[in-house]
Design a binder for this molecule. Sequence first.
Ligand SMILES: *[C@@H]1O[C@H](CO)[C@@H](O)[C@H](O)[C@H]1NC(C)=O
Ligand SMILES: *[C@@H]1O[C@H](CO)[C@@H](O)[C@H](O)[C@H]1NC(C)=O
Ligand SMILES: *[C@@H]1O[C@H](CO)[C@@H](O)[C@H](O)[C@H]1NC(C)=O
Ligand SMILES: *[C@@H]1O[C@H](CO)[C@@H](O)[C@H](O)[C@H]1NC(C)=O
Ligand SMILES: *[C@@H]1O[C@H](CO)[C@@H](O)[C@H](O)[C@H]1NC(C)=O
Ligand SMILES: CC(=O)N[C@H]1CO[C@H](CO)[C@@H](O)[C@@H]1O
Length: 626
Amino acid sequence: MQWRSLVLALLALRLALHALLWLAGPSLGFYQQRFPFAFPPAPARRPAAAAAAEEEREAAAQGGSCGDCPHWGSLRGRGGGAPPAGDEYERRYSGAFPAALRVQLRDAARRMFAFGYDNYMAHAFPQDELNPIECRGRGPDRADPLNLNINDVLGNYSLTLIDALDTLAVMGNSSEFQKAVKLVIDTVSFDTDSTVQVFEATIRVLGSLLSAHIIITDVKQPFGDMSIKDYDDELLHMAHDLAVRLLPAFENTKTGIPYPRVNLKKGVPPDSNNETCTAGAGSLLVEFGILSRLLGDSTFEWVARRAVKALWSLRSNDTGLLGNVVNIQTGHWAGKQSGLGAGLDSFYEYLLKSYILFGEKEDLEMFNDAYRSIQNYLRRGREACNEGEGDPPIYVNVNMFNGKLMNTWIDSLQAFFPGLQVLIGDVEDAICLHAFYYAIWKRYGALPERYNWQLQAPDVLFYPLRPELVESTYLLYQVLGTFLVFRHMVCMNVLTVENMSKCGYATLHHVIEKSKEDRMESFFLSETCKYLYLLFDEENPLHKSGNKYMFTTEGHVVSLDKRLRDSLWRDMFTEEEEKNVEKLKPNELKSANSSSNCNRVPDERRYLLPLKSIYMRQIDQMVGLI
Ligand SMILES: *[C@@H]1O[C@H](CO)[C@@H](O)[C@H](O)[C@H]1NC(C)=O
Ligand SMILES: *[C@@H]1O[C@H](CO)[C@@H](O)[C@H](O)[C@H]1NC(C)=O
Ligand SMILES: *[C@@H]1O[C@H](CO)[C@@H](O)[C@H](O)[C@H]1NC(C)=O
Ligand SMILES: *[C@@H]1O[C@H](CO)[C@@H](O)[C@H](O)[C@H]1NC(C)=O
Ligand SMILES: *[C@@H]1O[C@H](CO)[C@@H](O)[C@H](O)[C@H]1NC(C)=O
Ligand SMILES: CC(=O)N[C@H]1CO[C@H](CO)[C@@H](O)[C@@H]1O
């Protein structure tokens, strides 16, 4: 059966590459040289002229209703025309998206960002976050060191400004980008007495500094002139400085899994907690790997990779699943829950994204094994999204050792997963999971932090303007094309605009009562606004062929640069260390049917519901919408 595993391995690679291809557009560049086997042509992107013409037709043909979104008065009905025939759901959701509406929504997303950003600069900078109701800044809570909700993230380093840098670039605002970069260089110091979470500092701060550095030094300057006069790699040096301050977290741990928190001045605090969540410890590889490869210093990638391998070696022998909380000294699982949401989400994401960025095969092999375990043990419901009988597929939380259901809630972070499925080409399954989260959104006008699918009610009621659903929507839209269902997503946009506070956008404290909390998290500007904007900005340089980008888990854009593919070191791990890592099994694909990839979405489906209306109605029933 040699040939069989060979074919399967090639297929798996092809799938992963396919993700790259559509991100990359038709120009294949160096990937083709690196993987000299044949793979299918990239999904045809419509040439600009044809696209424009098509959009005009769409605009003319489409009356468009916004269904259950009540706030469309001024926007709907442009262009007139009859709604498509078919049942109520098809009438409501199918059809094309008028170009004029798209432009209006793009501009709304831009205004939304500007309102949050300008108010942060006016009322909060140089503090970390904006309190949008009181119009004040917010820094670490020194009075209460145990206020982790705040102190894990806010390091007294102008967090929101740093996190927002590349959104300014993606929106083409070069003057403000240049101003903001100079401010960061001139005013931010990491030599502060703050105890922060290694994970949060990495994805929000390190990731953004690296992203902005890459944008500044890009010879092609696709977003407009984002160069900085007399730039001397200052952001890269700052990233280096920050990462060095995070390194103590990787010392004195018996497993190599890092401590969750570190003081930027003094290292790991005495009597630190030995327990960490899997995502926090195991999703540092993208940022640390980029830093290592830009500096030519393997230290950072080495510690991050060692942590991933250590976690991987602790997965259950029976199910292949990992838990959500682990002791970094003993390797015992303190949290045995395995799921796709909080505690594990970006661990999976970064296995695949590390492979996309660096091309290290072991990352893809780990991802494929993990994905198979997820399908085998977490997925419930009917086998195929768009055919057959049974409940809609969802992914549940189970015990990592026996696969038994642990609870009946899913969390809003899990909404990122359809986007990840798009990256590997499992588009059909992504459609179903996305539709499920979309239905919850429709019911509450937001995503509650936890939703109990058995009780059909939220378990945890807040919504801090998280990006995961719009992120998945954006990625799905890239492969599916124009579906009216996505128009409904913009109700999110309208909701937030209408419900903005005096000086910014406030966290929803209660998704039903719509009460607010005086906090605007930095990811609102770095991710939520960015994905919303990109959803409607089809001409963005990021979407042009020849420009290849990937998003980090904090939504920071990183170009797929040859510099990041060449590691200057070959053998990171000695044989002694390698022995501790279980030998990877050859790849297998879970089934040929679920691996439908991008260019298999037939044209005639472009203006229909991505999900058959019977299944969509079933999901709406399941969340108590109808
Ligand atoms: C750039 O951003 C600043 C700050 O939000 C804003 O005042 C300015 O109008 C923006 N410029 C453009 C061209 O969008
Ligand atoms: C933050 O840093 C500034 C400047 O170093 C300092 O004046 C301020 O007290 C710090 N704030 C907190 C909450 O530590
Ligand atoms: C963490 O583990 C170390 C080494 O096993 C131990 O000395 C320390 O007391 C533990 N810390 C806590 C807070 O349990
Ligand atoms: C998995 O199996 C190996 C040997 O078969 C054993 O040494 C290891 O402890 C097992 N791991 C777990 C998590 O059960
Ligand atoms: C794919 O699914 C169809 C219909 O469910 C089935 O007839 C076919 O045998 C499947 N193909 C593979 C390769 O599993
Ligand atoms: C669209 C939306 O959810 N709007 C809400 C804005 O906030 C008020 C109360 O503050 C709600 O009544 C609206 O429903």
